[in-house]
Structures are given as C-alpha cells and as structure tokens.
Design a protein around this ligand. Structure first.
Ligand code: A2P
Length: 282
C-alpha cells in the first residue's frame, strides 16, 4: 500500500480502500457529520458506521453533502445484536438505508456473533442472520458482506454457506493482535479490518510506541496505523478532530523496519476495549 487510494481486493473482486474512517463514538448530529465531512475533504474514501453507533443519519448527510460521486466512496454499516435472525436482519437493513439515505451499501457486516456462552442455538442464530446478508448481497443491495468480532469458531459455522464472509472486522492494535483469528481469515481469503487501531486512544501514551515512533519522526497514532497496514490489516482509525483526521492518513511516507515490526508485535497488552465476543452481555 503506497497511498490512500490503494485498495485490497475482496473475494468477489471488488476494491476496498486501504484505510477507512471509523465513526464509533462519534456523537450523532453536528459532531459526526463534521467529522465525516472533514475525512472526505482530507481524502478518505472509506467510511465505517453501524446501526449501533446511532450516527448513520449524520454519516449519510456528510456523504451526500460532500458532492463526491457515491461510487467513489466505500460505505460500511452493521446489523446490531438485537436484530439477529433472518427476518429481523432484513428489516434492520431497511432502517439503516433509510437513516443513511443511500441507495446501496458497499459492505454490510454482522456486528457481533451470537456466542455459545449466551445462546445454545448460537449457530442457527448466526446462520439465520447470515442467510439474510446473503439475500441482500444477491439482490445487489449490498456489494459485499461480512462479519465483525467473529472468532474462528464462529466463522467455521458459516464457512459452508453458499457465500463465505468476505471481511472480518476485529479489534486489532499493538498488544492485541488476535493472531489465531487473523490466521484463520488469511487462510480463508477473508480481509481483516482493525477497529480501534489506536486501542481507543489508550496506546498513544505508551513509552515504547513513542520511542519507536520518534525514530521515524511520526506520532504513535501514525505508527499504529502504519503497523496495521504492514500487517495487511485494514485500519479504521476514529477521530472527530480535523488535524488528527489528516494526521491518521499521513502514513505512507515511512516504512517500519522488520526489526521494529517484531518489537511492536512483542508488546504486552497495553489497553483496549476488553471485550471478548464469547463473553459480551449485549
Ligand atoms: P478524538 O476523536 O477526540 O480526536 P481508535 O480509532 O483506536 O478507536 O481511537 C480513537 C480515539 O483516539 C479517540 O479518542 C480519538 O480522539 C483519538 N485519536 C484519534 N487519532 C488521534 C491522533 N492522531 N492523535 C491523538 N489521538 C487520536
């Protein structure tokens, strides 16, 4: 990846821009709308939202307000946990499109798997949701489909469907690499996206990361984002601050050496969401 316009190729041949703009915790209204507008102005062409973020309306407004051709922007949204199952997912999708005010989605994801610890019928529940995703895909309403926060056990239960997940969006940042999940995805041609590539900002004061970043003359945030890219994991940094929004895509002017990649890979857990898909209670 040499610049922001570079893309990965999804299993169905479609292109997905190599950095996306995260909108989790961007409050609905002016804040989210201005953040997305700043991102589009800075050059982002990949915006990630979700029904659960409750900011789809603002995201849609910013996209339409930008005047940029719809076909030039890659838009992702996600179906929330309470809408799991075939019929509910189809209905949730309609609400998402109404909120966004768009004609189609580039990528639609199952936000979290139903987990074995909570649901004895978790396989059937996830499969029902997945069948709806497949139907939306076949109808052309979404151009690609995938999942989020799925571990290999959850993914395995979907792999025999007529269409396999094309993307898995997981928490991924220094100190929390989820190697088993990333390896499973790689072996099965699933593109991995990183939510909270900065550990929701908790990593940015870490002395080791700052020391390495200093050697390249970049910020710890830029180092984390570049580190994702060099792992071929697609980062979705979130910010509502225009200067940071710009900073987070200024990551193509340096290469982290193999030695420093290994050093970052070896960092212990520094911080993150602490959420485990097998244990969540929402
Ligand atoms: P803000 O949105 O107020 O600008 P993550 O993407 O890992 O979830 O991290 C998001 C958090 O990190 C937000 O609190 C965001 O703050 C902050 N953040 C994003 N980019 C930067 C940056 N370049 N420098 C410092 N903090 C940043």
């Amino acid at each position: 990846m040499y610049n922001l316009k570079d893309t990965y190729t999804l299993p169905n041949g479609r292109a997905i821009p190599c950095i996306g703009f995260g909108t989790w915790q961007a409050p609905d209204g002016e804040t989210a709308e201005n953040a997305v507008a700043s991102a589009l102005e800075a050059g982002y062409r990949h915006i990630d939202t979700a029904a659960a973020y409750k900011n789809e309306k603002s995201v849609g407004n910013a996209i339409r307000r930008s005047g940029i051709n719809r076909s030039e922007i890659f838009v992702t949204s996600k179906v929330w946990n309470q809408d799991r199952g075939y019929g509910r997912t189809l209905a949730a999708f309609e609400r998402t499109m109404e909120q966004l005010g768009l004609e189609y989605l580039d990528l639609y994801l199952i936000h979290w798997p139903a987990s074995p610890s909570r649901y004895s019928d978790w396989r059937e529940l996830n499969l029902g949701t997945w069948m709806a995703m497949c139907e939306l895909y076949k109808a052309g309403k979404v151009k690609a489909i995938g999942v989020s926060n799925f571990k290999p056990s959850h993914l395995e239960a979907l792999m025999n469907s007529s269409i396999a997940p094309m993307v898995n969006q997981i928490e991924f940042h220094p100190g929390f690499m989820q190697t088993e999940t990333v390896d499973f995805c790689r072996d099965n041609g699933i593109i991995v996206e990183a939510w909270s590539p900065l550990g929701t900002g908790k990593l940015l004061a870490d002395p080791s990361l700052n020391e390495v970043a200093g050697r390249y003359g970049v910020s710890a945030a830029q180092l984390c984002i570049r580190w994702c890219i060099q792992h071929q994991v697609l980062p979705l940094p979130k910010s509502v601050t225009p200067s940071r929004i710009r900073e987070n895509i200024d990551v193509f002017g340096f290469d982290i050496s193999q030695e420093d990649m290994s050093l970052i890979d070896a960092l212990p857990y520094i911080g993150g969401s602490g959420l485990d898909p097998d244990k969540i209670d929402f």
